[in-house]
Design a protein around this ligand. Sequence first.
Ligand code: CA
Length: 215
Amino acid sequence: MAKILIAEDEKAINDLIRINLTLAGYECKQVFDGQEALNTAFENKFDLVLLDVMLPKLSGFEIIQELKGTPVIFVTARSAVSDRLKGLKLGADDYIVKPFEMLELIERVKAVLRRTKGETRQFEFDDICIHLDDRRVFKNGIEIALKPKEYDLLEAFINNRNIALSREKLISLVWDFDYEGDTRTVDVHVQQLRRKLGLSERIQTVYKTGYRLQL
Ligand code: CA
């Protein structure tokens, strides 16, 4: 889990960022002035610092020069182009101007972490690792070639894991809602997934209904 330092002196904004990033799955530490930000950044290793520019004691522009190697996104009310340029010149990875949409902040955080950590969205269980961004599947570290619909079916199972899914539901998730084909198409693809990935135990047949990925 990526660790993020939030340096922002307006408590309400700091709290709002913390709550949203925590919900998005990040571990957050809050600080409220520049000196505290610097001390905390030296004591712990963070994957990213969200750095307000106008902070008590030390400004964000002063702090970033000490944070060598730690990715930084400036979060600031200053919107002047010269400030933006200064922030980026000082090595910030991105720059967000207040007020901002929380979803935008989260997307930018994700983007910076992807760039800086090479972080990709992955889902793992047993010896299987699925790279969700580029739709690749690995078993024991060896890539397994899946056809597009087999991959879509696998992702549908993962998104609905531990839930019994009818063949009709699976068709609506993987094929088109108005798909007219035989529900046996689902059976064939399930068999392929079981065989290729060794999931005969995990993908269970649910009597008279369909299938369930049991994790
Ligand atoms: Ca401030």
